[in-house]
Design a protein around this ligand. Structure first.
Ligand SMILES: Nc1ncnc2c1ncn2[C@@H]1O[C@H](COP(=O)(O)OP(=O)(O)O)[C@@H](O)[C@H]1O
Ligand SMILES: Cc1ncsc1CCOP(=O)(O)O
Ligand SMILES: [Mg+2]
Length: 278
């Protein structure tokens, strides 16, 4: 798919279908930003549900149209919940989005992320350092052995994660989205740069997490690549619009949710994007 018009049409379809059908994308996500993830999913027209326990992860994997696993704040029970849920998702062919937040911290996080290699997440979404570190952990091109993540923050440029993102997408057969000032989304064949957003998005926790949750909502109705592009488009558009209306981070977050809710399918599809072949 190298035609910009075709990509834009599919983005419009994804946005409208979500608004019409209110699809469920369940999440196992961190306790810091869980509320923001759910509210962003609702604002774009999806339905949210967050769980912690193994049988509940399996339940949501089965009843939802897609699911979201975010590694931000691990609990002991996740040693059981996360591989169990990912296995069900993989074996039932259900799309799922992985955010490898804080990759490199602690043994459990490393062990779980290693296990996920076999369960091929449909979309891997992270900041540049997280994407590079995951490619490294999975022994793929473009990765580094040691994580350069500082807590949950990136210390690398989006462009530095290009090779790792492409290698991860080729491994999973899905899409990879690298966030930053300009976002990079790839399906292993094409690379799309999505522009917009605001520097305020670095001043509120949870923009990356909620972007992952919204990506899962779109993955219920669209391919992993279109889901990732649609989510990046609406985030960049809403971020740009919100920043024009406010002058500080707290009010930015509120305004951002309003702009997510108000963005039309055409405006999202027309948000600036550039396409190149790998
Ligand atoms: N300086 C920036 N300018 C514009 N948008 C940004 C900027 N930094 C982050 N964003 C946006 O914020 C969202 C989260 O990205 P990022 O901060 O990289 O994720 P994380 O919170 O996981 O580190 C994405 O939609 C990204 O496009
Ligand atoms: C601060 C923090 N600590 C553990 S998870 C988390 C939230 C990270 O959110 P995001 O990556 O979306 O900024
Ligand atoms: Mg993050």
């Amino acid at each position: 798919m190298d035609n910009k018009g075709e990509i834009q049409n599919q983005i419009i379809q994804a946005v409208e279908t979500v608004r019409r059908t209110n699809p469920l994308a369940g999440s196992i996500t961190n306790t810091v930003t869980m509320n923001f993830v759910a509210n962003a999913q609702l604002a774009v027209g999806g339905s949210a549900a967050m769980v912690y326990l193994p049988d509940e992860g399996e339940f949501l994997a089965k009843v939802g149209g897609a699911a979201y696993i975010n590694m931000g704040t691990l609990l002991p029970i996740y040693e059981e919940t996360l591989p169990h849920t990912a296995k069900v998702l993989y074996e039932t062919g259900k799309p799922w989005v992985l955010d490898p937040v804080a990759i490199g911290i602690g043994a459990l996080r490393t062990q779980l992320l290693q296990q996920f290699k076999a369960y091929k997440p449909s979309v891997v979404r992270g900041n540049a350092s997280e994407i590079i570190a995951l490619a490294g952990l999975w022994g793929l091109d473009g990765g580094t052995e040691v994580s350069n993540v500082r807590g949950v923050d990136s210390r690398d440029s989006v462009n530095a994660a290009k090779a790792g993102a492409v290698a991860l997408a080729k491994w999973t057969g899905g899409a990879v989205a690298v966030s930053g000032e300009t976002d990079l989304i790839t399906d292993g064949d094409l690379i799309v740069f999505s522009q917009g957003g605001s520097h305020f998005m670095e001043k509120i926790t949870g923009f990356g997490c909620s972007l992952g949750g919204v990506t899962a909502v779109y993955a219920t109705v669209a391919s992993p690549f279109i889901a990732a592009l649609t989510a990046a488009g609406v985030y960049n558009l809403a971020g740009k619009r919100a920043a024009n209306k406010v002058d500080a981070p707290g009010s930015f977050q509120v305004r951002f949710l309003d702009e997510l809710y108000k963005a039309t399918a055409e405006d999202i599809a027309n948000n600036p994007l550039e396409i190149e072949a790998v």
